[in-house]
Design a protein around this ligand. Sequence first.
Ligand code: NAP
Length: 289
Amino acid sequence: MSIQITGHTRLGGLLGSPVSHSLSPLMHNETFQLLGIDWIYLCFDTGQAELKNLVQGFREMNVFGFNITMPDKERIMEHLDGFSEAAAMIGAVNTVKNEDGRLIGHNTDGIGYMRSAAEQGYDIHSGPMTLLGAGGAASSIAVQAALDGVPVLHIVNRKGRSWNHAQKIVDLINRNTFCRADLTDSADQRALGRCLEESTLLTNATSVGMAPVTDVSPISDVSMFHPGLTVSDIIYNPGRTKLLNDAKQAGCRTFNGMYMLLHQGAAAFQIWTGLEMPVEKIREKYFTV
Ligand code: NAP
């Protein structure tokens, strides 16, 4: 892929640290080329830099927008001018659009996950969903699942860093959507078993099983799996986690986080441009699993 930079080329990109491994520049620059959009997308490692100054620099350069990844998804919020409904509920932003000088924050992680689940044939109205985790990605998925119409959501996390935040998300969902949400301590294995027994979808949004520590699973009792349960992991490195291997052996349908990554990018592209990303072309070139 060769990119032509002109005197009109507009800038956007990805803020966070680390960012050099990201597939986002490939996905977005390829799409700009395919659709004849004179924009460019670069990675900016925030490292020790002042986020406030970086955002001010972006404002001055009139960027079209940008993405934000760990560890800045929450910290970015105080530097923005407004938020989508989902981003405000989640309390984290991964996509910013420049709307005539106003920087508006969105969160497309949950949209990406829900689209990937639909693509795998999962019907969100088919039953309750159990979500493991309460960090940034899990919060985004929880809110989007509720907004999309999942009827019952069991959030399961250890009692620790994210517990109070998870309780806040549960309250927000119960107050603002038709979804009934609750929170379970992952140490309570009987309660976890009850959640899974009635669920049709299990989503691992913890980092348990992610490289380099791949021989662990957030579900240690494999008898909790049943064939009516679709099991998904938002981890994509490794492509098949221990959770997915155990679940497949128990007869469950499974999918990983690769296409969530693709669809969160497609949703960001749509927010910036109002256009559809040619997802199949991008999938074929950069997301073959
Ligand atoms: P995060 O905000 O740090 O949240 C991590 C979550 O995992 C928290 O709920 C945390 O619980 C839990 N956790 C971590 N270590 C644990 C352990 N040893 N035992 C039990 N729970 C543990 O991270 P994040 O941004 O949400 O990312 C989570 C995972 O999703 C990562 O693997 C990331 O690569 C992946 N991800 C994938 C995509 C995609 O597009 N596919 C997008 C975003 C993230 P505590 O809060 O109690 O520590």
